[in-house]
Design a protein around this ligand. Structure first.
Ligand code: GDD
Length: 397
């Protein structure tokens, strides 16, 4: 892969947010013993990418998606990666999770991939969370909460169990396996460029095509991303005093984190998680409030935003779903301790416009505590003993 070095970087305390980087070649071949040192373009050869992929787990959250799409996504993930599927699909009247496991087992045999699967609502897993004191993932009945973020946390813990240094998230409703393959390589390139162990790589889709009047339109922005990005940039500007447009991946469903950063972030529930990552990174390391993590402040946090060459084709889930995502994203910015009263007022107006009602957003968003409080040996022992849906497929213990 060949892509440009960051052309421009916005800095906030210990955080460097790099502007969007372009890819020039998806595959720049194998180097023949020498590395050309180019000042503007970084080339990653097969071996360099492959070495990073060995340390990367790809987490796929699934909820009642078409099996064909999940199979396509799996086929796009490079073989070096550990794959972790966290499903919240229906168990009745039809057991969709059983259908998923059957399909993955069958395909896994031919792919010879290492795959972990688990069901998010496994009562045994809920018991393990109770035992290790990670209550923020539990609902009032003691079960595991629904939500994409909650599934992602379970995936993060599985990746930690297998000692992975990096985790990447890829949605299971993608129609193009080649795009999935590109996302994973983008993650590897971002980690390869990072100068700190604390790194976030976010995928910026070149186009998100839609069909309008029977024609394929290559739109660049969805309404949700446009509004979220604008508000995240306004949050930055309210702190630095300089307007900016550096952020354009506020809702990036495809993104990755180095494990040392992932384990100390505080996430929010459901679809707000991608926006919350930015907000949490600013809160913790932006220098506005004292940080509990001086070692991270010392080394710095880097955020990379890398634009794909493949367009993003995924399931269209309708306007109510988009409004739910927008509400979640705006509310998570509203709830931040670094959001100014002026910006809160603007957000409140936008939220009212989306939801058509007045809600107290200071109480609305459920926080999921950092996973670094969890005692891993106890979690792992509990998971292996108690979680009936915890499956390992392929060369995996
Ligand atoms: N484990 C789990 N648990 N997975 C879930 C859940 C859940 O409760 N809810 C949804 N998922 C899975 C879906 O099956 C899909 O693979 C992925 O999470 C994303 O959910 P979608 O409902 O398909 O969201 P989307 O495609 O409209 O939005 C995606 O892209 C946005 C950016 O455009 C999401 O990734 C958003 O978070 C993102 O902001």
């Amino acid at each position: 892969m060949k892509l440009d070095f960051p052309r421009y970087t916005e800095r906030l305390g210990a955080v460097s947010i790099h502007a969007v980087q372009r890819i020039y070649e998806l595959d720049s071949g194998k180097s023949k013993g020498f590395q050309s040192s180019h000042q503007t373009v970084r080339k990653f050869d097969y071996d360099e990418i492959s070495n990073i992929l060995h340390d990367l787990a790809i987490i796929i959250p699934v909820k009642d998606e078409k099996l064909k799409l999940l199979e396509g996504v799996l086929s796009g993930i490079p073989n070096e990666c550990l794959v972790i599927i966290v499903s919240n699909s229906a168990r009745s009247p039809v057991d969709r999770f059983a259908m998923e496991t059957e399909a993955v087992r069958q395909l896994g045999r031919f792919m010879d991939k290492r795959i972990v699967m688990i069901h998010q609502r496994d009562p045994g897993l809920a018991e393990v969370f109770k035992r290790v004191g990670y209550d923020s993932i539990l609902d009032s009945d003691g079960g595991i909460r629904n939500g994409k973020a909650e599934g992602m946390i379970i995936g993060l813990l599985a990746a930690r169990m297998y000692h992975k240094d990096y985790v990447g998230f890829i949605d299971s409703d993608n129609y193009v396996p080649g795009a999935v393959n590109e996302y994973v390589k983008i993650f590897a390139a971002g980690f390869g460029m990072s100068t700190t162990p604390y790194c976030n790589v976010r995928v910026s889709w070149v186009f998100k095509p839609k069909i309008k009047n029977n024609l394929l339109q290559f739109s660049k922005w969805g309404r949700v991303s446009e509004i979220t990005n604008k508000n995240l940039n306004a949050l930055l500007a309210s702190i630095t005093g300089f307007e900016t447009d550096v952020i354009n991946t506020g809702n990036a469903g495809e993104h990755a984190l180095s494990m040392p950063l992932a384990e100390c972030l505080q996430y929010t529930s459901g679809y707000s998680i991608e926006t919350r990552e930015f907000v949490d990174i600013f809160e913790k390391f932006g220098g506005l409030v004292p940080s509990e993590y001086p070692q991270i402040v010392e080394k710095g946090v880097e955020v990379f935003q890398i634009e794909t060459r493949n367009p993003h084709f995924h399931e269209d889930k309708g306007i109510a779903h988009l409004n739910e995502m927008l509400e979640a994203s705006l509310a998570t910015i509203f709830g931040s301790k670094i959001c100014t009263p002026d910006q809160k007022e603007i957000l409140q107006d936008q939220l009212r416009h989306v939801t058509k009602k007045r809600v107290d957003y200071s109480k609305k968003y459920h926080m999921l505590e950092p996973i670094n409080t969890i005692h891993m040996p106890e979690f792992e022992k509990g998971l292996r003993e108690k979680a009936d849906t915890f499956l390992r497929i392929g060369r995996l213990k």
